[in-house]
Write a protein that binds this ligand. Sequence first.
Ligand code: SF4
Length: 188
Amino acid sequence: MGLIVGLEEKLPSGFLLTTVEKLAGYMRKNSLWPATFGLACCAIEMMAAGAGRYDLARFGMEVFRASPRQADLMIVAGRVSNKMAPVVRQIYDQMAAPKWTIAMGACASSGGMFNNYAIVQGVDHIIPVDIYLPGCPPRPEMLMDAILKLHEQIGNEKLGPNREKIIKEVEAAALAAKPIHQLKGLLA
Ligand code: SF4
């Protein structure tokens, strides 16, 4: 009798029903490859998340790719200077689609304490962002939590006409929303 390692015991012995959306979401969320890419101090925490103590490999995420063409997750770790902005955008454009972005830390999310002419006041001015992660810097546990939340989001993503319907609904809600504050910095 062969050795049974455990997974087989948990699988249903008959057949399994699911939808194409669920299956695609399951495969996508479990095969994310982040781009090797760090901008400032937050990147140190991102590196720690990949090292032995926190071990991002537990979630199949240890394969940081050196080429954007092999990556589908951008973790913007650190402040984005105006000079760096076109480079960030180019890397994003070169990444394989579908792709996702995490703005890691206060600087990437909103400019943080760097409210000045040199720093982009939130990376969402240049690329779409799926998860905003607060903190200065966020700890590796927080990054891992953000990644797990992104996994959840990807797992529930719709495809085809369902996806178009959701995009239209989100756009309509954004257009109907009232501004809650003036986007003026401290220097305005
Ligand atoms: S959020 Fe804090 S730790 Fe991260 S890049 Fe900005 S200053 Fe550095």
